[in-house]
Ligand binder design. Structure first.
Ligand SMILES: Cc1cc2nc3c(=O)[nH]c(=O)nc-3n(C[C@H](O)[C@H](O)[C@H](O)COP(=O)(O)OP(=O)(O)OC[C@H]3O[C@@H](n4cnc5c(N)ncnc54)[C@H](O)[C@@H]3O)c2cc1C
Length: 389
């Protein structure tokens, strides 16, 4: 949709062929037994510049997201808040962390700022943190959750260079770049549906439930083609699709009594299955509904969905107290949520004349996120509008 908007804006007539009934792909609204949910709770950060620019272009209202200064809160434990003295100040004044570890983290961030740190030879995030002398508690409460949230890959498997790129873009940049940005509308309304309206208003079209089965036939009907499918869907369209390894993301929705609220829209839980819990009542007006996020590989992959829901409920009840029993639950398991963001260059599909590839897995520097997907769409559109001479 990012590619389609970028082209339609420049007067190109585009046709978007989407196999699903709802636009949005891995960030979309789903209907589950009468409840409108998202396929997974998403969080955006202030540094997602390309996404916000296109959201503005297609007229998404500013209040479709809630912007909060960076605040990492764990129920009853570590608490870090970016205030007037920037990130270094936030690290130094964080609660629930020994001073030596806070100082070590502040030095690491300062070095990152000064040197624009990039490793000549990529390594894992765990190796980087050990090399930078980061203590066990700051790793557990800050660096590991940041790595898993941003790269959807456990620190021992994750690329240090991609992690550093995210840190530079967020913690090492101006205050607004590290803002937490939480959707206040469902994910299809956040961008893909307004984008589709924009494309139609500019003479293009979006055809839902229209899977492309034959790339050859498509190339005969259109001047240019952009393949923007998820990486595991490439093999249905091209013969030599690269092999990727994938990481899951599970979202467990628990519906409690309307009066149930979190003290903050997003809380961390660092010692069990649940990593983050979001208050869908405060965010989307879905009163009493909490969304638990479990990113990257882990024990949940061996558990029944009911068992996951029960564990999430128990962990929330222990951390927050006074929840009562949930009225209903849903666990949405996205088993191939993103590719594993491992060290070294990512394999890409071989070039095909007249065909561009877009998608979160194609960005050379950024982790597989909404921002990477949007950047890649804008890039594919530019290659069509301004082909390299
Ligand atoms: C549960 C979950 C949580 C996530 N959380 C976050 C988060 O908090 N923050 C963040 O930034 N990112 C998050 N992500 C990642 C983010 O959602 C993805 O990076 C992004 O949506 C990828 O967009 P894409 O356009 O590259 O691919 P997709 O969204 O996968 O889009 C591909 C589209 O191609 C369509 N398609 C496939 N085959 C065909 C065909 N043959 N013909 C026509 N159409 C076809 C699909 O239906 C789909 O709509 C999360 C992902 C998941 C799954």
């Amino acid at each position: 949709m990012a590619a389609a908007v970028s082209l339609a804006e420049r007067g190109v007539q585009v046709t978007v062929l989407e196999s699903a009934a709802v636009p949005g792909g891995r960030a979309r609204r789903v209907e589950s037994q009468g409840h409108a949910l998202d396929n997974g709770q998403h969080i955006l950060i202030g540094a997602y510049r390309a996404l916000y620019e296109l959201m503005r272009t297609v007229g998404v209202a500013v209040n479709a997201v809630l912007r909060l200064p960076l605040e990492v809160r764990y129920a009853g434990r570590f608490h870090l808040r970016r205030g007037a003295f920037g990130l270094a100040g936030a690290l130094l004044t964080a609660r629930g962390m020994p001073l030596a570890e806070r100082l070590g983290a502040a030095r690491f961030v300062a070095r990152l700022r000064r040197t624009r740190l990039r490793l000549a030879t990529d390594m894992s995030v765990s190796e980087l943190l050990a090399q930078e002398g980061q203590g066990a508690r700051i790793a557990h409460y800050l660096w590991h959750p940041l790595c898993v949230s941003a790269l959807n890959t456990p620190p021992q498997l994750a690329s240090a260079n991609v992690f550093l790129a995210v840190l530079r873009d967020t913690l090492g940049a101006g205050a607004a770049a590290s803002d937490l940005v939480l959707p206040r509308v469902d994910l299809s309304r956040l961008f893909p549906e307004p984008a589709a309206d924009f494309v139609r208003a500019h003479g293009g079209e979006l055809r839902l439930q229209s899977p492309v089965k034959d790339l050859g036939a498509l190339r005969q009907s259109y001047d240019q083609v952009i393949i923007a499918v998820a990486p595991h869907q490439l093999k249905t369209l091209i013969a030599d699709a690269p092999e990727y390894s994938y990481q899951p993301i599970y979202t467990c929705y628990l519906q409690y009594a309307d009066s149930v609220r979190l003290p903050f829209p997003m809380l961390g839980l660092a010692d069990g299955l649940v990593q983050w819990v979001f208050d869908r009542g405060t965010l989307l007006g879905e009163q009493g509904r909490l969304a638990c996020v479990i990113s990257a590989q882990g024990d949940q992959q061996q558990m029944a969905l009911e068992e996951i829901a029960e564990r999430c409920h128990r962990e929330l009840a222990t951390a927050l107290g006074g929840l009562g029993r949930p009225q209903w639950w849903r666990v949405i398991a996205e088993k191939r949520a993103t590719i594993t963001c491992s060290p070294g260059p990512k394999p890409l599909p071989s070039a095909i004349p007249g065909v561009q590839f877009a998608g979160d897995y194609t960005d050379p520097d950024y982790p597989p996120t909404l921002e990477a997907a949007v950047r890649s769409g804008v890039r594919a559109a530019s290659s069509i509008l301004e082909p390299a001479r």
